[in-house]
Structures are given as C-alpha cells and as structure tokens.
Design a protein around this ligand. Structure first.
Ligand code: BES
Ligand code: ZN
Length: 618
C-alpha cells in the first residue's frame, strides 16, 4: 500500500513537472529583439492574413479590412505596426473591441494595440491608407509606358508594408495570406502570390499565398498589364508596349531557374514571374515571391543587364526562403544573393562575365568604403540600426562586402565543399529566419570545424573595412579596357575599332575609370566618337552622366538629356548617383533646380534619399 502510494506520488510529480516543462517550452522566446517593429510576437503572433481591399484610383486610397489568424501565448493584447493608416474599427472574433495606439515614431509609425483573450482566434482591422502612405506609388497614365491607364505598385522592404496593411512588420513574423482585391475593370491586379494570367470582367481578383513569407514581401501591382509566358513556370507581366521587348530580353529566365536549382536545390515557389513596372519604380528589382518587380531600365535590347533577374531569382533562396531575422542582418539577404547571382551568371554565360560583374561590385565597395571613412561602423556586415532608419544600412557594404566574404570563403574551402554547405544551409533553414550569430554557428559546425579549416569569420562580419585575406578578382577583359583607356588619355586618340566588341560591363568599366584629370576636350572626343550622351543603355548613360557633371562636360546637349533621364527614371541607385555628382562637384543649386521638377515622379524611398542628400524640404 505504502509503496503504491509512493509510486502514484512519484507519477503525479512527474506529470506535473512534465506539464510545467511543456509550459516552459511554450514560453521559450522564438523571436529575437527587433528594433524596427512594435510587435511582440513572442506574446501574440499573426500566422495568416486575409485581406479584403478596394483599390480606389480616384481617391488614391486602399480601403478595406485585414483579418488575421493569431496564436496567443497568454497575452492580453496583440500589437500590430501601422503608419499613416486610418483605422476605423477593430474586431476580435467578430466582436468590436476598443483599440489604442502607441506614440508616433517618425520611422516606425505607431503600435496598434488590440485587446485579446487566450481564446481569441481572429482579429479584424477595418482601415484605409492615406496620402502619406510610403509604400504605394500611384501613377498617372502619363507616367506609364502606354500612357492610357493609371498604375499602382507597392514597395514593402524594409518597413513600409505597415503603411498599406496593419501588420506585425518584422521579417521574423511569417504569414500565409489570401486577398480579395477590387480594381477598376480595365486593369489587372497581381501580387506576390498565385496570379491571374488574364483580366477578370468585374475587376475582382482573388489571391492565395500558401507559403509563409515575411511581411516586407507582401506586394501588389495594379495596371493595364498583360502576361506572356517564357516557360511553363516563368513569364512576364508588362504593359502592352513593353511586353514583347521584355519577353525577348528575359528569354533566359527558365535557364536561370534551372541553373539555380542545380546549384542550391529546388525552386520552392512554383512560379517565377517578373512584372516590368513603369520607370519610376525605385529599385532595379524587388524579389517579391513568385513575382519579381523590376525596373524597365534593365531592358537594354541585348540582355546585358539581366543579371538583375538572376539576382532577384537568387533571393528565392537567400532572402525569401532563409530570411534575415532583423535589418541588422541584411547582409545575409543581399551578400548571399549577390554570390548566388554571380554563380547563376557564371553557369549561363561563363566566368568572364561573372568576374566582370564581381569587379564592378568590387569598385562599388571601394567607393562605399571611401564614402564611409568617417563612419567605419557602417562598413561592418552585421549592423546596429537601432534608432535609425533601416534604409541607412542598405548600401553596397551588405552586397559587395558580403559577396567578397563568401567568395573568399569559397576559395578557402574549395567550391565543392562550399556548394554542399550552401545547399544544406538553404534546405535546413527553409521558411525560417536567420540571425548573423546563428549563421556563424552553423558555418563553424558544418563547414569550418568539420573540415578543420581556420577562417577569420568574425573579422569579416564584426570589423569595419575589408580583411587582408580577400579573394583577388581579375578580368583580362577589364585589363584590356584599362590599357585602352590609358592610351587614350596619353594620346588623346581612340579608335572605335578597339571597342567594337565591348559589352555593357566593359563600357561601364571604361567610363568609371576615367582619371580625375580627364579634360573636357577628352570627354568631347569620347562623346563625338561613341555618343555616350545618347546611349540607350541606362547603365552606361548613368555612369557617363556622372562623369559629365563631375568634369563639367556640357557638349551634345547632355544637360537636357540628364534632366530628361532624371524626370522619367526613379530608380534610386541611378538617381542618387547622378544627384550625388551634382553635390560632390559643388553644383547643388543646379541639382536642386532639376530635383524640384523631377521629385513628383519619385516613389517615397527615392525622394527620401535625395531630400536628405540635397537638403531639400518640401
Ligand atoms: N531587395 C533588394 C531591393 C531593396 C533593398 C529594397 C533594400 C528595399 C531595401 C533587391 O533585391 C536589390 O538588391 N535590388 C538591386 C538590384 C541588384 C541587381 C543589386 C537594385 O535595386 O538595384
Ligand atoms: Zn537584392
């Protein structure tokens, strides 16, 4: 009897302590500190979003409701991020509740606090966007290619999704989503989800995104667009007058996807489409899952700028599958993606092309390091962006130093081992988020210790600048360009025949390496021989404009051409490079005169950057 009692006592203890253990486990913090979101996902987290919205081009507003499935870890409220949204009402499991706001923060917006109970399963927010929204750009027909209909696109990265959807806007929070989107019936809506291939009669579109993605990847475009398949799982959305050109330009899309799969494992998103947006799109490309958003400025007519497609495709692994946990870990997204991009380019077009791209990036990195010489902390891979706009950390360092780190690592351990490592890295961490520290631990265990290799990982990641053991990248093609350039500078003569087979990358390298002392006379000879002012290649034009401004070249009506470029193209990298040339050569007034006219055409992310650069205030 006694024994039995003792036994049942022990069993009881075990049961209660096991239960305690379960509770403990439930409380384990899964999400790391996130300085750019008010949400507290360890307490209550959104798992699925159901969006029901109307896209109103007259009032330039998105109106409707967002309903979330939530998991509540015993919290009494759930916190969403919002910025510049009007919230009309909030419901918990269909019943109206009293919501409240936190203080407004210029960068982060404000917390929307919604009371919940342990049993709450869904929360609904009725809202509309306002004219201050930063994610949306509403375009007039005049700003599109066909000039017949208005256009709308969103840009979520880094923390702008909260300006068009109330959401837990941290990359660590992954959601699946459904959406019902109503648009004018002459237009088609597409999202980072399963997409329509034709217009519907009533302008209502239903979307489903069954893979969980970070909120910065929720995206929408609405315009008079059509679809043209490149292969079964790849294709293009664009306005009518752009569609065929884009289709030609990106005809290697399927080959890129296959090459990527050969390198680092299956493409997990089923469809890989690209939408070519109007030229004010602020980025070269944005890796919205299943549907990359792209600038039309990469359509050069000779496929010479399509590494952008390889780049956005690579994000389907590095970024969308394995996602930076916070914006301090941004290099995990972009550094890996540049590395992967160049591997895809190498697989399709050979080492020469990949190395030219790598060297262009190497020079970008050098320029960026020089620009940050008074702020060395910003040249670390792992950043500390607390209290700052994450945009501050989104420069070449993450891309090009990140690339150089991985290339150096590849060369140290050997490509074969490195590829196995990367493939496993993506597979092991698919659909999850990654911190820099977790990556280092994984790297140590699975590559370095395993193969008994010493590597100065911490120096690369936590120290400013570039360590000594960097990979040395060379290109015979670029050496030859440099030789031709120095002969020209010495002799003031250049024969067009020498450059007749040059690719875009060689032209870019040529122009970017003009010596400081290059004269107006020499620039005139070059422009008279090659007509770079009127280059139809946006990249060559951009680097040429930069030099024209810096060195006071005014021939060939270049000023008019620069102004026309700046008023039609909103790609931030291009626009900021050109305005920076005005600024750095003491021509801010001239720059501002153009900016006052061009600013209205820019998306908020481009306008914000240039406002800051030129000291412009509305
Ligand atoms: N994800 C980025 C764009 C981005 C970065 C948006 C930071 C918002 C904040 C995209 O993949 C990218 O890197 N685009 C580059 C193209 C590229 C080939 C380097 C761009 O836009 O120029
Ligand atoms: Zn990228």
């Amino acid at each position: 009897m006694k024994n039995i009692n003792l036994l049942s006592f022990l069993v009881l203890i075990c049961i209660t302590s096991c239960l305690d253990l379960k509770k403990e486990e439930k409380k384990v913090k899964k999400y790391v500190e996130e300085p750019h979101s008010f949400s507290k996902p360890n307490e209550a987290v959104v798992t699925h979003l159901n969006l029901d919205i109307d896209v109103d081009f007259d009032s330039k507003q998105i109106k409707g409701s967002a309903t979330y499935n939530i998991t509540n870890n015993e919290a009494s409220e759930i916190i969403l991020d919002t910025k510049f949204l009007e919230i009309h009402s909030v419901l918990a499991d269909g019943k109206k509740v009293e919501f409240s706001f936190g203080d407004f923060n210029k960068q982060l917006g404000k917390a929307l606090k919604i009371p919940i109970t342990t049993n709450t399963k869904t929360v609904t927010v009725n809202y509309n966007t306002t004219s201050k929204t930063e994610a949306l750009q509403w375009l007039s027909p005049q700003q599109t290619a066909d000039k017949t209909d208005p256009f709308l696109f969103t840009q979520g990265q880094a923390i702008l999704t909260r300006t068009w959807i109330p959401i837990q806007d941290s990359p660590q929070v992954r959601v699946t989503y459904n959406a019902t989107v109503k648009v004018p019936s002459s237009l088609m809506a597409v999202m980072s989800a399963e997409n329509p291939k034709t217009k519907t009669a009533d302008g209502v579109y239903n979307f489903k995104m069954k893979q969980a993605i970070s909120p910065y990847l929720i995206a929408l475009s609405v315009g008079n667009i059509e679809y043209k398949a490149v292969s079964k799982r790849t294709g293009i959305y664009a306005e009518k007058s752009v569609l065929d050109k884009a289709h030609e330009e990106f005809s290697d899309m399927e080959k890129m996807v296959s090459a990527a799969e050969n390198l680092y494992g299956d493409y997990d998103w089923e469809q890989f489409d690209v939408i070519v947006l109007p030229p004010s799109f602020p980025f070269g490309g944005m890796e919205n899952p299943r549907l990359t958003f792209a600038t039309p400025t990469v359509i050069a007519g000779d496929k010479s700028l399509t590494s952008l497609i390889a780049h956005e495709l690579a994000h389907s692994w590095s970024g969308n599958l394995v996602t930076n946990a916070t914006w301090d870990d941004f290099w995990l997204n972009e550094g890996f993606t540049v590395y992967f991009e160049l591997r895809i380019m190498e697989a399709l077009y050979g080492k020469d092309r990949a190395n030219m791209l790598a060297l262009i990036g190497r020079q970008d990195l050098e320029d960026e390091l020089e620009g940050f010489k008074d702020a060395p902390n910003d040249t670390k891979l792992k950043l500390d962006l607390k209290g700052r706009n994450p945009d501050d950390g989104m420069n070449s360092i993450a891309y090009d130093k990140g690339y150089l780190f991985l290339r150096t690592l590849e060369e140290t351990v050997g490509r074969e081992k490195f590829d196995v490592f990367l493939k496993n890295y993506f597979k092991t961490h698919a659909f999850s988020t990654m911190t820099t520290e977790k990556f280092i631990a994984y790297l140590n265990t699975n590559l370095l210790e395993k193969n008994k290799i010493e590597f100065n990982t911490k120096e690369w990641i936590y120290k400013p600048g570039v360590p000594k053991n960097q990979a040395i990248i060379t290109s015979d093609k670029f050496s030859s360009v440099e030789k031709i350039l120095s002969e020209f500078i010495a002799k003031n003569k250049i024969e067009a025949v020498l450059t007749k087979d040059w690719t875009t990358q060689e032209w870019v390298h040529f122009v970017r390496n003009f010596p400081k002392e290059i004269t107006v006379e020499q620039l005139t000879i070059i422009d008279n021989t090659f007509n770079l002012t009127n280059s139809t290649n946006s990249y060559i034009a951009m680097v040429w404009f930069e030099k024209a401004i810096t060195h006071n070249y005014r021939g060939n009506n270049v000023d008019t051409t620069i102004e026309a470029f700046l008023t039609s193209v909103g790609r931030r990298w291009y626009v900021s490079t050109i305005f920076k040339a005005y600024k750095d050569s003491n021509k801010v007034t001239e720059g501002l005169a153009i900016y006052k006219k061009s600013r209205a055409n820019y998306h908020s992310v481009t306008a914000n950057t240039i406002d800051g650069m030129l000291g412009y205030e509305e």
